[in-house]
Design a protein around this ligand. Structure first.
Ligand SMILES: CC(C)=CCC/C(C)=C/CC/C(C)=C/COP(=O)(O)O
Length: 284
């Protein structure tokens, strides 16, 4: 049976959505774009899972009061905000995602113990910033370019050239995802990072985490390293990711996704691998 909203004569269309109030099949207006939920709507989600309660709380919020002239009653249909559209029809995936994000924000804030000098672990901040620089794009690009220039074996040049390609690919892919997702950095982050570009005001995914994961895999696969050094590479990768959250630069999910993305980027580098044979084949 359709929900009371379906009785609204102003509605021009709707689609059934499973998981509506009380497990019924509710209708969601097709004419209204479903924007990403605002931070406020996450708050609403956390304050009460009951959609009716959430709607009532939304009508008490200052933003709703300010714009109350256009939203005098949800029954009119015109007064429904995008938030209402989403909150009245919470899908399982929506609730799961909102819960994950709420846990992510809470955990990240608790872990941001080096976010500034006055933080509880503020004295460790300089060490965390050193780890940050060790995973920054500039030293990696400059170091790889230098090794490529200095390398006097074809094998060495091949490895360095492909690492350079991987690093550039990483910058482009991370910039694209950051530009699309546009998740702001945590509010408690101090934007005092060395050499950033415009998309670096966004947080998802962590560019340091993608680079650490990709370079870590690259080093383990292409350098002949003794066991302690292999452990050190793994440790460094983990520390770069952890330092992003401790410094308050990122939320945990930014780093987790960054690790996964960097891991996949390495597969891409392997797929696109440029060998002297490939290069010579291209030239002849
Ligand atoms: C050649 C060229 C375009 C170099 C750009 C290198 C550069 C400025 C990379 C940015 C590195 C950076 C600050 C990434 C942000 O990392 P998150 O972990 O904070 O996302």
């Amino acid at each position: 049976m359709p929900s009371p909203k379906a009785k609204n004569p102003n509605r021009s269309g709707g689609s059934p959505v499973l998981g509506g109030t009380g497990g019924r099949c509710d209708f969601m207006p097709l004419t209204k774009p479903l924007n990403r939920p605002s931070p406020q709507s996450h708050l609403l989600q956390r304050q009460g899972s009951d959609p009716t309660t959430a709607r009532l709380r939304a009508s008490e919020s200052p933003t709703r009061r300010r714009g109350s002239s256009s939203s005098t009653g949800s029954a009119s249909g015109q007064g429904l905000s995008d938030e209402d559209g989403i909150r009245l029809n919470p899908t399982f995936l929506g609730v799961a995602l909102s819960s994950l994000l709420a846990v992510d924000l809470w955990l990240s804030k608790r872990m941001g113990v080096c976010a500034c000098e006055d933080s509880s672990w503020g004295s460790v901040r300089p060490l965390m910033k050193l780890i940050e620089i060790s995973g920054h794009g500039v030293p990696w690009l400059a170091g790889t370019a230098y090794c490529l220039y200095k390398s006097d074996t074809v094998a060495g040049q091949e490895v360095m050239l492909n690492l350079l390609i991987g690093l550039l690919l990483d910058l482009v892919l991370v910039a694209m995802v950051k530009g699309v997702v546009r998740r702001p950095r945590p509010t408690y982050n101090r934007m005092d990072m060395f050499a950033t570009v415009s998309v670096d005001r966004y947080s998802f995914p962590s560019g340091h985490a993608t680079r650490a994961a990709m370079c870590g895999r690259f080093l383990l696969a292409h350098l002949v390293l003794a066991a302690p050094l292999r452990v050190l590479v793994l440790l460094w990768t983990g520390l770069v990711g952890l330092s992003r959250v401790l410094l308050g630069r990122h939320n945990v999910t930014d780093v987790m996704f960054g690790f996964w993305m960097g891991y996949c980027q390495y597969n891409l580098v392997e797929m696109l691998w440029l060998s002297p044979q490939t290069l010579l084949g291209q030239l002849t």
